[in-house]
Write a protein of this length. Sequence first.
Length: 352
Amino acid sequence: MNLYPLAKQFLFSLDPEEAHHFTVHNLQLGGKLPLLLHLLAGDKVVHPSLHRTVFGLDFPNPVGLAAGLDKNGDVIDEMGMMGFGHVEIGTITPKPQPGNDKPRLFRLVKDSALINRMGFNNVGAEVAAQKMKRRKTNIIVGANIGKHKVTSNEDAIRDYEYCFKTLFDFADYFVVNVSSPNTPGLRALQDKDSLAAILNSLQDMNNRKAKTKPILLKIAPDLTNEQIDDVVTVVQQTKIQGIVATNTTISRDGLSYSKEEIEKFGAGGLSGKPLTNHSTEVLRYLKSALDKSALPIALIGVGGIMNVNDAMEKFSAGADLIQLYSGFIYAGPQLIHDINKTLLRNSKMLHS
């Protein structure tokens, strides 16, 4: 039984950020009432053939929750109960920060899209670490880390180091976010030299640990092929374990809204259906570039996965894992199950 369509009608009647807080609060309550959460989430698909071993971790299925929805690690266990194979929290900064002024989250319903300029609003690394520590299940959790809005790019490396050190004992893997459009100057850190400095520093810290943790990089969809080539070079040189492709876009191409309506939404990252094809193209280009490397570099496909076909395109383009954000908001938990059912059916066909 899928109750999400009814819940969605109510949620979409609320302001988007208010709906987000309402959802998180009620998921926390639902975690204490598993039957209620089951009615909302529907039947999970669990099968050994859905398991994926990626960068040394065993994922029960390849469909994860992208960073940005559970920013503070408030509903990690509940998202696992809904069927996600992993949850990426964040973006987390060293200390708490309120983010950008409201309103900062907008639904573009006609295009099954969202625009956000949240600005890394979060509780900070120390509180996030405690929330991760308190989780009751063994679901895989990634920590997406970034820099403070007021931290200069010259000092950004310290913010990433602080988050890495503070969250290390509680995260299963890390994602370095230098690709959000909502923190001034952040995307400049995708420059080859700046990126290499951050990743080398984190790898040095990582290699001093008794057991290392996978480090991944999240990139923007707005990079040129030449810039992506530079990213691939840095990833290979620093020997990190993977790339998350992609973050939101600053482009407004393909929207059905008028120029005046788009201008009213203002700045921010666009996600959802308008990003689908371009994000997949970036993923495919990355896969081609990385195929020339002898290093085992994993790819997580995220961006505009609104239905099963979008998910299958991501896997076909080279994704080892995928993540949902806007698609989860528009389609609900049923999308997780439908993707896993399709993967399971395809697996059975291959082995029949």
